[in-house]
Write a new protein. Structure first.
Lengths: 111, 112
């Protein structure tokens, strides 16, 4: 069945470091891909999305490119801030209109 | 002007009780969902409704019964609560198939 695999955390970085969180997926058909972020004690917020191969989603300095050939959707940011500390979820949307999430990756950024 | 709201935010109850969680969205979306997030932060869909009709039911025990009185509301009723039901429950909504989903703030359910 459809699934999403994310790198295990926590990812610990110093402020202004480069961030990569790996995400790969298995799906039949052509899913849409998403990154959601969950700040402590809050619900999930959509960070960015891509709906077809080679699309790049971007928001708040974060980027991810839909790579069909490697079935990947890695999240990157050039310079992280303390305020980026959160749990990041990669997800795909199936033809059945449900989101399948990865296990989440906790990011901790220190000043 | 909260887009997706849930009540209550926290719910502490004893095993065997029956409880409900309410969800409302003011985005005009036609599809609503319930997700469960366990203690390891893993998120899994439970149900989805489209225009008050059940679309997805992901092998959830029948102690869980969603009810959608109209397309802006999707409530979750849980009978005979068990310890394993302790989790954070998120409501979400979307417009159309494959569209982005907007999540509520979550309800933390603790069963003692």
């Amino acid at each position: 069945g459809d699934s999403v695999t994310q790198m295990e955390g926590p990812v610990t970085l110093s402020e202004e470091a480069f961030l990569t969180i790996n995400c790969t997926y298995t799906a039949t058909g052509y899913p849409s891909l998403f990154w959601y972020v969950q700040y402590p004690g809050e619900g999930l917020q959509l960070l960015l999305k891509a709906t077809k191969a080679d699309d790049k989603g971007s928001n708040k300095g974060f980027e991810a490119t839909y790579r069909k050939e490697t079935t990947s959707f890695h999240l990157e940011k050039g310079s992280v801030q303390v305020s980026d500390s959160a749990v990041y979820f990669c997800a795909l949307s199936t033809s059945a209109d449900k989101l399948i999430f990865g296990t989440g990756t906790r990011l901790q950024v220190f000043p | 002007d909260t887009a997706v709201s849930q009540t209550p935010k926290y719910l502490v109850t004893q095993m065997g009780n029956d409880k409900s969680i309410k969800c409302e969205q003011n985005l005009g979306h036609d599809t609503m969902y319930w997700y469960k997030q366990d203690s390891k932060k893993f998120l899994k869909i439970m149900f989805s409704y489209n225009n008050k009709e059940l679309i997805i039911n992901e092998t959830v025990p029948n102690r869980f019964s969603p009810k959608s009185p109209d397309k802006a509301h999707l409530n979750l009723h849980i009978n005979s609560l068990e310890l394993g039901d302790s989790a954070v429950y998120f409501c979400a909504s979307s417009q159309g198939s494959g569209g982005e989903q907007y999540f509520g703030p979550g309800t933390r359910l603790t069963v003692t």
